[in-house]
Structures are given as C-alpha cells and as structure tokens.
Design a protein around this ligand. Structure first.
Ligand code: HEM
Length: 408
C-alpha cells in the first residue's frame, strides 16, 4: 500500500479492531507525509522529540492549512470559543489554567476518593449480581457509569444530577476525538449539550459561592478569588467540562480494553486474581499495549527538521502514541502484553506540557476496577472476539464487551 494513504486506512472503521499492523507499516517511515498533507509521526524517538518541542503547538487556530482532508482536525468540534479548554492552548494561557487544576489534584484529594471508587465498583457489580443473568456487558453495566460518577463527586456536582451530567458527557465525548467527522445533527447535539452543561456549571458555581464545600469546584472558585480574578468564571466552566470529557471515555476504554486483554491472556487474569498487588504494573502495560488515546493532533509553529524530513510551518501533525508504544527500537517484543516489562515509559498519558492531569485518578480507578472484576467474575469468557468498536480512531475502544459469567 502507498505510504501516503496509510493513515486514511487507520481512520477506517473496518480497521478499528486492529490498527497495529498499519502502525507497523507507518513506522517504516518515522515521519510520513500523507496524501492530504498531514504529517504522521509514528516512531518512539520522533514522537518524544516533537512532544517536547516548543515549536509544536496544540492550538489548532495556528494550523495554516485550516483543515486536513483526513478529518483529523479538532477544529471540526464545536468548542467554547470565548474560553477554549487548555488542552487546546499553548503557554502562557495553558500553564496558567493547568496550574489551577494541578494545585487541586493533590495526592490527598485523589487518595481520599479511594473508598468512594471501591464502593462504586462494588455497587455496579452488585447490581449485575441482582439481575442474576449469565452475561454482562463490561461497558454498559460497569465501565461507562463509573468514571462519570467519580468526576461528579470530584467536582461536587449533586448526586441527583449525575444522570443529567452523564447523558451530556456521552454526547460531548465525541467532540474530543480528533478524527470524528461531524454530521450536521452531531454538531447540533454537541453544541446543545455543551451549552446546557455550561449553563448548569454556571448555576453550580453560583451555588458554591454561597456554600463552599471540599470539592474541586469550590477550590477553583477560591483560587480564582485568591489570584485576584485571574481565572474567570468562564474558565472555571471550561475546565470543569474539559475534566468531564477528558476523563470519561478514556477511562471507560482503559477498563474495557483491560478486561478484553485479560480475557485474551488468561494466565495474566489468573495472576491478577491471585496477586492483586500486580494491578499497577498491569495497568502500566495496558496503557502501552492498548492505549485509550491512540493519537493526538498538533501543528508546527516553524519548519522543523526531523528524521531526514522537514515538516513545514503550519501543517497538521499527528503524533501516533499507540504506534510509538510498540516501536521495536524501544521495546523488546512490543506486540506481546507483558506486565513484567522494565522501563515502561509509554505515551499512554501523553507527555510534556499536556501530560494527562487525571493520570493518578485514572490509574487508581482502573486498578480497583480490574482487580475487583477478576475477583468477582466467575469463569469469565468472551461471547465474541472481536467485539464491535466505537467510531473513534483516536479515542478507541469497544462499544460493548459481552462476557459470559456469573457475578459473585
Ligand atoms: C485512562 C484514562 C485516561 C487516559 C488514557 C488519558 C489520556 C490523556 C492523554 C494522552 C492526554 C494528552 C493529550 C495531548 O497531549 O494532547 C491527556 C490530557 C488530559 N487529561 Fe487525560 N486521560 C485519562 C483520564 C483522565 C482523567 C480521569 C482526567 C480528569 C478527571 C483527565 C484529564 C485530562 C486533562 C485535563 C488533560 C489536558 C492536559 C493539558 O492539556 O495540559 N484525563 N489525557
């Protein structure tokens, strides 16, 4: 196949279940120019170098070719133009807003949620047990509702509004996927969900100003006040919505990809059942092996020479994290799932300035979820391998994962 059309193949739904052979072909040319003018970077050293290069921007407004034909532009996604989420900003605005969140994502706050995560995991599995069926859907019955409920608790959104929050989050999740091609109806629904959540968050902020709590929203309001109004209410709203959409489907996919991988590697499932303390290593390897965020888009602020290619200023750039994570130059036997791997410095949470803010929370949630699943699911096995996948090529994961089992 022509190297310039490989990324278009990655975007096709028919390749969603296994894009890894295409990634291997892409790695043969570390920086490859696609037919539509997109530059795709797929090897470990080059992804790392560009991730840390200040001449590479996350602000798509700076993309001079406006839209790439492959549909990887995030500018397709309706966003709050007055206050774009910091995921799509460069320094100094990025750093100012990110620090507001980082100051609050303390180990104490995250560790303090441990019990709540354990209780929720138990709650969703108890509900499956009560249904007394011999099949569960890891996605709908378990992985989908868990992270959104946790984010509600983190922000301090009232429990009775969780359903409202969850429905809109589901619609908004697709707006984060850089390869999503929006129809008019999708765009309308995303815009509507965004505007409803924006109004909702403004009301919550108003409420918190009267009754401060121990939650993230109250803390962000306090830091806004403390820093002399440098953080506007619009920015607090945009941060809250970013946390919701960045932390939801990603976590769903890591839990689901995790269970799928364990069922494909039953000896690892058995090991985790016997030695629950292996969960952190296992999750670390999952983030390399089946990362929920397969790639992210950037643009160049100057001509950049790398691996014998000059990437011109202002072109769309794809950093293929999932391909770099399986680069044989970096990893021995990269297509093997091996939780005992040493020096496993993958791009599952990105890297550099935009390194995932929610990584410690996500790790904790997924470790608890997988540990509990392997303990409580009796003789689990897949009803079909390969499962059906959601449309996202970047935010990649199964739509459902049906497992034949009884819940103990
Ligand atoms: C397994 C689950 C998760 C995965 C795999 C994941 C992955 C990532 C990746 C790859 C990035 C970098 C994006 C880029 O370079 O453009 C990122 C950024 C981010 N993530 Fe996560 N994430 C997860 C969970 C969460 C959670 C639970 C939260 C918060 C509640 C969160 C909040 C964020 C935010 C705010 C950013 C933007 C950081 C910045 O631009 O400085 N993520 N995530």
């Amino acid at each position: 196949m022509n190297n310039g059309s490989l990324f278009a193949e990655v975007l096709k739904q028919e390749n969603r279940h296994n894009p890894y052979p295409l990634y291997a072909q892409l790695r043969e040319t570390p920086v490859s120019i696609q037919d539509d003018g997109t530059y795709v970077v797929s090897t470990y050293a080059e992804v790392r170098s560009l991730l840390y290069d200040p001449r590479v921007s996350s602000d798509e407004e700076k993309n001079l070719t406006s839209k790439s034909g492959s549909g990887v532009s995030t500018s397709d996604a309706p966003s709050n133009q007055d206050s774009p989420a910091f995921l799509h900003l460069d320094p100094p605005d990025h750093d100012r807003l990110r620090s507001v969140v980082m100051n609050q994502f303390t180990p104490q706050r995250i560790y303090g949620m441990r019990l709540q995560v354990e209780e929720l995991v138990k709650h969703f599995l108890d509900k499956c047990r009560e249904r007394d069926q011999d099949k569960i859907d890891i996605v709908d019955d378990f992985a989908y509702p868990l992270p959104v409920t946790i984010i509600c608790k983190l922000l301090g959104v009232p429990v009775e509004d969780e359903q409202y929050f969850q429905e809109r989050s589901t619609v908004l999740a697709s707006s984060l996927d850089p390869d999503h091609r929006y129809g008019a109806e999708d765009a309308r629904r995303i815009k509507e969900a965004h505007s409803q959540l924006t109004d909702y968050m403004h009301k919550q902020i108003e409420n918190r100003r009267q009754h401060r709590g121990n939650d993230l929203l109250s803390a962000m309001i306090a830091s806004g006040d403390f820093e002399g109004g440098q953080i506007s209410e619009e920015e607090i709203v945009s941060i809250s919505i970013l946390l919701l959409i960045a932390g939801h489907e990603t976590t769903v996919n890591l839990i689901t990809n995790g269970m799928l991988t364990l069922l494909r590697y039953p000896e690892q499932l058995e090991r985790l059942r016997q030695y629950p303390d292996l969960a952190p290593r296992l999750v670390q390897e999952l983030l390399r092996f089946e990362p929920p965020v397969q790639f992210r888009t950037r643009t160049t602020l100057a001509d950049i020479e790398i691996a014998g290619t000059v990437i011109p200023k202002g072109v769309p750039l794809v950093l293929l994290f999932a391909a770099a994570n399986r680069d044989p130059v970096q990893y021995n036997d990269p297509d093997r799932f091996d939780p005992d791997r040493q020096n496993n410095q993958h791009f599952g949470f990105g890297g550099s300035l935009h390194l995932c803010v929610g990584a410690p929370l996500a790790r904790m949630e997924v470790e608890i979820a997988l540990r509990t699943l392997v303990q409580r699911l009796q003789s689990p096995h897949l009803t079909e391998d390969v499962p059906e996948y959601r449309p996202g090529a970047s935010l990649r994961g199964p739509r459902h994962l049906f497992v034949q089992t009884k819940v103990g």
